[in-house]
Design a protein around this ligand. Structure first.
Ligand code: NAD
Ligand code: WQD
Length: 342
């Protein structure tokens, strides 16, 4: 298939492009580089042995998108482009709604004008809020998102679903096919250590914070709370290797090929690990001590969140294959080889 990858220079997009090309697909990446650099795509090109066609385009820029569609006939878009910092979304909600929702509205409008009505969307486990069940199946009702970032994911799921529903009602002969992928907590990096997660400023997420402590850029980890109802009191999450996540997108294309209508899949491992599990495994696997102190809970955090990934396994034949040791090893391999990122 010929795939448009929005946000292709970012963390998950760049890893997914490798898996797409290795599975025999062709890609065009677009990105406005607000949270990434062209260097990631240059390195992806070196890994796969071919240059990645790239347009520096903002998804809110209709004319820019039109130019990309004028010279490509896409079978599907994999839509990663968006702002993703939870805390920033609380202080800058307008920017998040305008970029994530406004941008997606322009993207899908240009897509439908060009007859491409297949999209795989990067959603998030955050749409479950404080989940009503553990492990979380796709049947779990969506919960209250405590921040505008999460709201954009939840709203975009509804907006995209409405597009398909309208097509069915209108007996459109070419209805939308929409795959909503709810990612759990992606960590790790390509095993080459050439590409990885490259956050701006002080990381908000656990693994990049740990790797920056390990490389000496930050003094110690702050563990947000040790009084949760979990096996050691620290928060439990479903960490998934970014290469497994990337492969989930390749498998999601099979749902598009089967004209799935709207299909929702959790992409997680099904295993829950605590903050201290991650710290201890990282230290053991990499032989690096991670000094830490226990701090109060972070506002908006929940105790436990992990997936039941059985649906993706059953319907897409997808399963996460890499364990926590490999995730910790690859995260560190990336960070130690690229202490200052791209
Ligand atoms: P990322 O920031 O590394 O990648 C997103 C890319 O989109 C960046 O390269 C950024 O420059 C680009 N972008 C942002 N706004 C754009 C716009 N208007 N036009 C064009 N490009 C734009 O983030 P990521 O971790 O790779 O996340 C990819 C997607 O997955 C995002 O939609 C994110 O919300 C979602 N997601 C991420 C996580 C996670 O923990 N990383 C979890 C769940 C969902
Ligand atoms: C993991 C655990 C923290 C940092 C967020 C978004 C979610 C999704 C993934 C996009 C928690 C603890 C963290 C630190 C810590 N993104 N922690 N010290 O909060 O599960 O999910 O990223 O969709 O929407 O909310 O991930 O990596 O921030 O935290 O103790 O410095 O690590 O309390 O238990 P989270 P995270």
């Amino acid at each position: 298939m010929h795939i448009l990858v929005t946000g292709g220079a970012g963390y998950i997009g760049s890893h997914t492009i490798i898996e797409l090309i290795e599975a025999g697909h062709s890609v065009v990446a677009i990105d406005n580089l607000v949270n990434s650099s062209k260097e990631s795509l240059k390195r992806v090109g070196e890994i796969v042995g071919q240059e990645i066609p790239f347009y520096e385009v903002d998804i809110r820029d209709r004319e820019g998108l039109e130019k990309v569609f004028a010279s490509n006939k896409f079978d599907c878009a994999i839509h990663f482009a968006g702002l993703k910092a939870v805390g920033e979304s609380v202080t800058h909600p307008w920017e998040y709604y305008e970029n994530n929702i406004g941008g997606t509205l322009v993207l899908v409008d240009v897509m439908r004008k060009h007859g491409c009505k297949n999209i795989i969307f990067s959603s998030s486990a955050t749409v479950y809020g404080n989940p009503a069940m553990i492990p979380i199946t796709e049947e779990c009702p969506k919960g209250h998102c405590t921040n505008p970032y999460g709201q954009t994911k939840s709203m975009l799921e509804e907006i995209l679903t409405d597009l398909h529903t309208a097509d069915v009602k209108n007996a459109d002969p070419n209805p939308w096919n929409i795959v909503l992928l709810r990612y759990f907590n992606p960590i790790g990096a390509h095993p080459s250590g050439r590409i990885g997660e490259n956050p701006n400023g002080i990381p908000n997420n656990l693994m990049p914070y740990i790797t920056q402590v390990a490389v000496g850029k930050l003094a110690k980890l702050h563990v947000f709370g040790d009084d949760y109802d979990t096996h050691d009191g620290t928060g439990v999450r479903d960490y998934i290797h970014v290469m497994d996540l990337a492969n989930g997108h390749v498998k999601a294309l099979t749902a598009i090929e089967k004209k799935c209508g709207v299909a929702i899949y959790n992409l997680g491992t099904g295993n829950g690990y605590s903050v201290l599990d991650i710290v201890n495994t990282f230290s053991e696997v990499n032989g690096v001590e991670i000094p830490y102190q226990i701090d109060p809970r972070r506002l908006g955090d929940i105790a436990t969140c992990y997936a039941d990934p059985a649906k993706a396994n059953r319907e897409l034949g997808w399963k996460a294959e890499r364990g926590l040791a490999e995730m910790c090893r690859d995260s560190w391999n990336w960070q130690k080889n690229n202490p200052n990122g791209y």
